[in-house]
Design a protein around this ligand. Structure first.
Ligand SMILES: C[C@@](CO)(OP(=O)(O)O)[C@H](O)COP(=O)(O)OP(=O)(O)OC[C@H]1O[C@@H](n2ccc(N)nc2=O)[C@H](O)[C@@H]1O
Ligand SMILES: Nc1ncnc2c1ncn2[C@@H]1O[C@H](COP(=O)(O)OP(=O)(O)O)[C@@H](O)[C@H]1O
Length: 274
């Protein structure tokens, strides 16, 4: 059985307060985009190891046993005593990009195991499991435009379609630590709450839909801010860093042409349609 875990982008991200447990309250909109990994599972005849993970494509930092697809399997295995599986994961989504690639792989692994082994878990039950694997992981269960608050884990669905828009995502070869990005933030209530800004036409978002991480990340990594500036220069209706970086996306109105490439070498670049 095969699935294609996709990414999310953040449309606006306000960090509104610091909590006693050290985590931050935030408000954002997650929007799914079809930049995808490929994830396949098969029941395995292997008797020694419950998981045999084969990985292809872009490298992921860390040990295979720390891979979120392995963690997702262990979570359900504890409860359902699953048969051993062979996993094939083709990484096409860059890691540490603020695109939620690892979380998406984990959420799709839960869905695949549910289907393959007929566990009969509801979407709501899958969301509960996913939430233990990462703050944004549960989003990928329903995988629909979602307003998120709390620590990024309290969801409400929203009516938002960017259908017809084109997207360009550019990720420089720069690593941003999410923890560090949070530590440089001064939480505040936004002038224009994300939930209201998102209701305005995309052409107005430039001035009202803000990702608070940009203020802390751009000074440390000017190349990221430079990419955003170029996306606007090349005709984007709206451009923003996604999550805590380091990728930046540009939304281009239907019928306009996307830029050829970014001049910088050593950048990951994706072009697609929403
Ligand atoms: C902030 C977002 C917005 O989309 O960034 P991206 O990961 O997409 O870049 C995500 O919610 C991130 O989710 P995720 O990447 O799963 O974060 P986690 O691993 O849970 O947390 C990494 C670290 O960030 C800090 N953290 C995370 C979430 C939060 N609401 N407040 C925090 O202060 C904590 O120090 C934590 O140890
Ligand atoms: N299947 C996976 N894909 C990507 N990263 C993974 C995966 N499993 C574990 N990780 C770890 O999670 C970290 C964050 O990855 P990812 O979710 O892709 O980035 P981001 O949170 O910036 O969107 C990686 O640096 C990697 O160490």
């Amino acid at each position: 059985m095969i699935a294609f875990p996709n990414i999310k982008i953040n449309l606006g991200l306000s960090i509104t307060g610091k909590r006693p447990d050290g985590y931050h309250n935030l408000e954002t909109v997650f929007y799914p985009v079809a930049l995808e990994d490929a994830l396949e599972i098969r029941t395995s005849s292997e008797t020694e190891n419950k998981i045999t993970l084969h990985q292809y494509g872009m490298e992921i930092a860390g040990n295979p046993e720390d891979n979120l697809v392995a963690k997702a399997y262990s979570l359900l295995d504890k409860e359902f005593h699953l048969p051993p599986v062979e996993i094939h994961l083709y990484k096409h989504i860059p890691s540490g990009a603020g695109l939620g690639g690892g979380s998406s792989d984990a959420a799709f692994m839960l869905k695949l195991l549910n289907d393959h082994f007929q566990l009969e878990l509801s979407e709501e039950q899958l969301e509960v499991y996913a939430a233990t694997l990462g703050a944004d992981c549960a989003f990928f269960i329903k995988n629909k435009p979602t307003y998120a608050e709390g620590i990024g884990n309290l969801f409400s669905p929203i009516e938002l379609s960017l259908s017809g828009y084109q997207i360009m995502i550019v990720k420089p070869n720069v690593f941003v630590s999410t923890r560090e990005a949070f530590s440089n933030i001064h939480p505040h209530r936004p002038e224009y709450p994300v939930k209201e800004a998102i209701l305005r036409p995309v052409a107005e978002w430039k001035d009202i839909l803000i990702n608070d991480f940009e203020a802390s990340v751009f000074p440390q990594h000017p190349v990221i801010g430079e990419i955003k500036r170029k996306l606007y220069h090349q005709g984007a209706t709206y451009a923003s860093m996604s999550g805590s970086g380091s990728s930046v996306f540009g939304l281009f109105a239907p019928g306009t042409s996307l830029p050829e490439t970014m001049e910088e070498s050593d950048v990951f670049c994706f072009k697609g349609k929403l």
